[in-house]
Ligand binder design. Structure first.
Ligand SMILES: Nc1ncnc2c1ncn2[C@@H]1O[C@H](COP(=O)(O)OP(=O)(O)OP(=O)(O)O)[C@@H](O)[C@H]1O
Ligand SMILES: [Mg+2]
Length: 234
């Protein structure tokens, strides 16, 4: 029997015994097949993530669904994260597979999104932002990207005593530092982030601006996102 777990912007999730079942309000077959492919690739490369079991269409709910092994996942607050947890989260990314030729599927969507927020940004940074985004898309897209690598999709797996990564709905191929920078840009504690070495400043600028632009558009976390954006663009 299905037990309700949570409802999010685009999904509704349930537990059914040992199965975690996620129903998609908008996504169809092609998106779910990609989620399956990318989560399998991550798992096969040693990243701790739930095993994808299958997918289908529910006639009663009129929604596509995917199934994963059910895992007890403890949430980690981005406000309380410490250096040791952050280090494990960054280390997981070093296991992401690389490709000589990744396709550009994810980048077409990302490029649109990156340009769509320009009008929300202060006019004095717009030209540098456009320059940085252009440079980004000249780079090779040769590593698997989670695409939403933040503590919303990283939890604690008590059984394995390590972090667990889930939700490969925004995955694809991209540049090496993308997930790393995305995670760092999602942490409100800038002191903690400043203790991390080899930060890609250009990506921090792009991503904090993107998140700030999205924040204005959705009227969400505005103050925090503005502070982080200003920190990297100062
Ligand atoms: N295999 C699993 N077993 C148990 N719980 C899970 C599992 N995978 C995810 N969860 C829990 O369900 C929640 C929702 O899952 P997930 O992050 O995959 O989708 P989502 O964030 O709702 O999708 P969207 O980003 O489209 O809104 C997660 O926050 C997590 O706590
Ligand atoms: Mg999620």
């Amino acid at each position: 029997m299905e037990e309700f777990i949570c409802e999010r912007r685009s999904t509704v999730s349930y537990r059914d015994g040992d199965i975690f079942r996620k129903y998609y309000k908008y996504a169809g077959e092609s998106e779910i097949v990609l989620e399956e492919k990318f989560s399998n690739e991550a798992l096969n490369n040693g990243i701790n993530c739930p095993q994808f079991l299958g997918w289908g269409y529910s006639e009663t709910k009129k929604m596509f669904f995917s199934e994963f092994e059910f895992i007890e996942i403890k949430t980690i607050s981005k406000y309380l994260v410490d250096k040791s947890i952050l280090k494990i989260a960054l280390e997981q990314l070093t296991m992401m597979p690389t490709y000589t030729q990744g396709n550009d599927f994810r980048n077409e969507l990302l490029e649109k999104e990156l340009y769509s927020i320009i009008d929300y940004l202060p006019s004095d940074i717009q030209s540098e932002y456009v320059y940085l985004v252009k440079e980004l898309f000249l780079k090779k897209n040769d590593v698997l990207i989670h695409g939403d690598y933040s503590f919303e999709n990283i939890g604690w797996d008590d059984k394995k005593n390590t972090l667990i990564i889930f939700d490969f709905q925004n995955s694809g191929y991209g540049v090496r530092d993308w997930d790393r920078s995305y995670l760092l840009a999602s942490i409100p504690n800038t002191y903690l982030v400043s203790t991390i070495s080899d930060i890609n400043i250009d990506l921090m600028k792009i991503i904090t601006a993107l998140k700030y632009g999205r924040g204005i558009r959705k009227k969400f976390e505005l103050e925090e996102r503005k502070r982080l954006y200003e920190y990297w663009w100062k």
